[in-house]
Write a protein that binds this ligand. Structure first.
Ligand SMILES: [Zn+2]
Ligand SMILES: [Zn+2]
Length: 113
């Protein structure tokens, strides 16, 4: 009898450069709105829109982020609940900046205090 263990999902949802111009614009706008949100409702609505922009309907409370790697030109967009991410920066209120699983694996950054 074999036990099948679900592999951790580290695949990005999409890549920014694979999006159409319109989708890139919608994604950028939504992420900016999330960054600037000053309450949870606005933030969640903006996140939802960011998901729609890349063709994903996010579960309530789910967040996505573009890879914020500073060592390469990575364009991965991923669910922030993905295993293996590194948090580069945490803001008091708003979007955290992450390195995607591939970057975290290949050239991890040391998070700032
Ligand atoms: Zn990356
Ligand atoms: Zn990288």
């Amino acid at each position: 009898m074999t036990t099948v263990t679900a592999a951790p999902t580290t695949e990005p949802l999409t890549h920014y450069r694979q999006l159409t111009d319109l989708a890139q614009h919608a994604f950028d706008t939504a992420i900016t709105q999330a960054h600037n949100a000053c309450d949870a409702d606005t933030y969640n609505a903006a996140m939802h829109n960011a998901g729609l922009a890349i063709g994903v309907v996010l579960a309530p409370g789910a967040e996505i982020a573009p890879c914020a790697c500073i060592d390469c030109y990575c364009d991965a967009i991923f669910d922030t609940a993905t295993d293996g991410l590194i948090v580069i920066e945490t803001t008091d209120y708003g979007v955290q900046r992450f390195q995607c699983a591939d970057c975290a694996d290949g050239h991890p950054v040391t998070p700032e205090d």
